[in-house]
Design a protein around this ligand. Structure first.
Ligand code: BGC
Length: 724
């Protein structure tokens, strides 16, 4: 449809029809015969029969047959024949489930995020979806918050690169991989920083932290072309995002020039009342419309109050038309006016699902993080007899939250047993998943003697522990991040049996591993890896593939340290080794640093960096693998500024590069200097201050090679400008 035709369509619509385009509900609420999973309170009320056929988009409903039937029913009712948009949360896959986004970010491979999103888009579009509420570009630094599983971790650069790549994957079809989903980046802004890690809580951030750390991820997703933005539930500078004019109108629409569709989060327009910025639905609708929220999700104040707001002059006809036009344009861009069933045409070609599973395995292999590996624990050789125990040993529920209705992946047992001779893998029965994951006191103790007998022939024991996959995602905040007492006891018991203990941790967040770290010879952080979980872990544990993941989020020693992240600002009184310790920035009862820092992750190789230097505006460092195994390493480049107008972090990630090194191999790694490396955003400008900088390179954020660099204005001006 041409722009003129769209304008013509708009001109023929009644006010009520226009307001309908700005309303999103699940089918039940529109009198349509479909079902959708609700991810929030059912606050909306069903539309009266006279309004059936009026809404513009449907939430959370997919499946080719169902979508086709609803679309047909809707088109019969709507006199304007404007097709519905179907939107849902395709977060890490639709049929083929990929690793949770937090795991994916540990690959440090934007290309893996792009491929994962491409697979999700192909499968989601074939099931009738048009828009996915993904990526979640919320920066996260508090593992108590359950939604860290949907994020790309604590660092703005990594978050930006992963978010941008996901948008490209969703929106850009490739030869052999048709089908796109429009990407809705969320939750604008700073939803990832709720106070106390408590879901939906208030956010208190300095404007500098917002600008330098929290906003870049969303901006990168928009630069990559995201079609939609979702406003967050939380307050930003004490105003809920859905009514936040400086955030949505001035920054997003104004400064960033976003012209796509802006949607509220689930019921968030209605929640303006609970937030105490609106005393009734009419005020809530006015405030959200004023801020520029086009679509109201799962409440109906626009529909109920829009006409009154127009009559009173509180909503201008132009503002209403602009919002509706944005929605119509998106439908048009997705080709729905030509073919309301467009995406479904791409439906599964023979062999496609197999290819997706293979790709899901390749991606899952890049995500686990080897946190510790001592006493020759890993890899396990196929000549050894190995035990497998723990609540996740046989468990197929390893997909993590937001798994699009899928529930099972390949278990660790399946992944190992298909690769080992039967006599080489011994199962140690220690109780069901349910009992081990519960913290209750009345659970029977571990049958130690029984376990000892079962595992008698194995020196090495793999113990698969973690948190229930349902404890991750929305509404899954926790104050205790330890393994349950039964799981900790299991690890201690195995150590007391003198076994080589190899823990495999399934979780959607960094857990507090301090109580078990000493008793584990090796720890592999598995996260939730999706459909191919067991196969990927089996390959890594047996050394058929090497671990290469790096933590995208620091692991705290204890919940009491949170937030603990690598780029915290230095204080005036940093603790100094051997110095007077009481009056320093420290705890009396715990070291200040994390248990495992950002960027941490071992390989089976033994890599070191040397010869860090800056030559011809190129930062060069040499990586050598002196180990017996090949390694895939991620070289991380950090930069610090010595004297700036504002306090600067002691290190900030500015680039990273993944390289492979065979045993004995040396690889030269190069990073071109860019202006962004030597400047920072402040009050809407990129600030450069000439002076001394420290350039650091490392294989994690805590053990770094350093060199100094003087940056003059002339030298800075000559550098390349690069956004990411
Ligand atoms: C979540 C969003 C999600 C929406 C629709 C909300 O509760 O915060 O992330 O996209 O529901 O399912």
């Amino acid at each position: 449809m041409t722009e003129d035709a769209l304008a013509g369509l708009l001109a023929g619509m009644t006010v009520r029809e226009k307001l309908g385009q700005l309303t999103q509900l699940t089918p039940e609420y529109c009198g349509l015969s479909g079902t959708a999973e609700l991810t929030g309170p059912a606050g909306a009320h069903p539309l009266p029969p006279s309004d059936r056929g009026i809404v513009g988009s449907i939430l959370g409903c997919s499946g080719a047959e169902q979508v086709r039937a609803i679309q047909q029913e809707h088109l019969r009712r709507d006199r304007n024949h404007i097709p519905l948009l179907f939107m849902a949360d395709v977060i890490h896959g639709y049929r083929t489930i990929l690793p949770i986004p937090l795991a994916l970010s540990c690959s440090f491979l934007p290309d893996a995020a792009r491929r994962a999103a491409r697979i999700a888009a192909v499968e989601g579009a074939a099931a009738g979806l048009h828009v996915t509420f993904s990526p979640m570009a919320d920066l996260v630094r508090d593992p108590r918050w359950g939604r860290v599983m949907e994020a790309s971790g604590e660092d703005p650069l990594l978050n930006s690169r992963m978010s941008a790549a996901a948008v490209e994957g969703y929106q850009q079809a490739e030869p052999g991989m048709p089908g796109v989903l429009a990407s809705c980046v969320k939750h604008f802004a700073a939803y990832g920083a709720p106070e106390g890690g408590r879901e939906y809580s208030n956010v208190e951030l300095s404007s500098h932290a917002m600008e330098e750390s929290y906003l870049p991820g969303y901006h990168a997703a928009l630069e990559a072309g995201a079609s939609m933005v979702m406003a967050a539930f939380n307050t930003v500078d004490h105003v809920p995002a859905a009514a936040n004019v400086p955030l949505l109108r001035d920054l997003l629409r104004g400064k960033w020039g976003f012209s796509g569709v802006l949607i509220s989060d689930y019921g968030a327009v209605d929640e303006l009342i609970s937030h105490t910025v609106a005393d009734c639905g009419k005020t809530a609708a006015r405030k959200a419309l004023d801020a520029g929220v086009d679509i109201e999700m799962m409440s109906t104040h626009y529909l109920d109050q829009g006409e009154a707001l127009l009559d009173e002059g509180a909503l201008s006809p132009q503002a209403l038309d602009e919002a509706v036009l944005r929605v119509l344009r998106l439908k048009n861009e997705l080709g729905l006016f030509e073919d309301p069933f467009a995406g479904m045409k791409a439906a599964s070609e023979a062999g496609q699902m197999d290819r997706h599973r293979q790709a899901a395995l390749d991606i899952a292999l890049r995500c686990p993080v080897l946190l510790k590996n001592e006493n020759g624990a890993l890899p396990v050789s196929s000549e050894e007899t190995v035990g497998l125990t723990g609540p996740f040993a046989l468990e197929k529920g390893v997909l993590g939250g937001w798994s699009a209705g899928q529930t099972e992946g390949v278990s660790l047992w399946e992944g190992l047993s298909s690769r080992l001779a039967p006599q080489r893998l011994i199962y140690g029965d220690c109780g069901s998943l349910g009992s081990l994951l519960e913290g209750a006191d009345d659970i029977p103790p571990i049958r130690e003697e029984h376990l000892r007998r079962q595992l008698a022939s194995c020196q090495k024991v793999l113990v698969a522990v973690g948190e229930n996959q349902n404890d991750t995602g929305e509404g899954a905040s926790k104050t205790c991040l330890r393994l349950t007492p039964r799981q900790e006891a299991l690890i201690h018991t195995l150590k007391a049996m003198d076994k080589t203990v190899i823990a495999i941790i399934f979780s959607g967040r960094p857990l507090e591993l301090t109580p078990v770290v000493e008793d584990c010879d090796a720890i592999l952080q598995a996260w939730f890896l999706g459909s191919e979980s067991g196969n990927a872990l089996g390959q890594i544990l047996l050394g058929h593939a090497g671990p290469s993941g790096k933590l995208s989020m620091s692991f705290p020693r204890t919940v009491g340290q949170i937030p603990v992240y690598y780029s915290q600002l230095p204080t005036g009184r940093p603790p100094r080794p051997g110095g007077s310790t009481r009056y320093a920035a420290r705890y009396l009862d715990c070291p200040s640093g994390p248990l495992f820092p950002f960027g941490w992750g071992l390989t089976y190789g033994a890599c070191q960096l040397s010869d860090l230097k800056v030559e011809d505006e190129m930062i060069r460092v040499t990586l050598s693998n002196t180990g017996a195994y090949p390694a895939r390493e991620t070289v991380q480049l950090y930069i610090a500024q010595k004297a700036a107008a504002v306090a600067r972090p002691e290190k900030l990630l500015k680039d990273f590069r993944q390289v492979e090194a065979a045993p004995g191999e040396k690889v030269l790694v190069e990073f071109p200097c860019t202006r962004e490396m030597f400047s920072y955003p402040r009050l809407g400008r990129q600030v450069f201050e000439p002076g001394s900088f420290t350039v650091m390179a490392g294989l994690n954020s805590s053990c770094l090679l350093r060199c100094s660099l003087e940056m003059s204005p002339e030298r800075f001006d000559a550098l390349r400008k690069e956004a990411l």
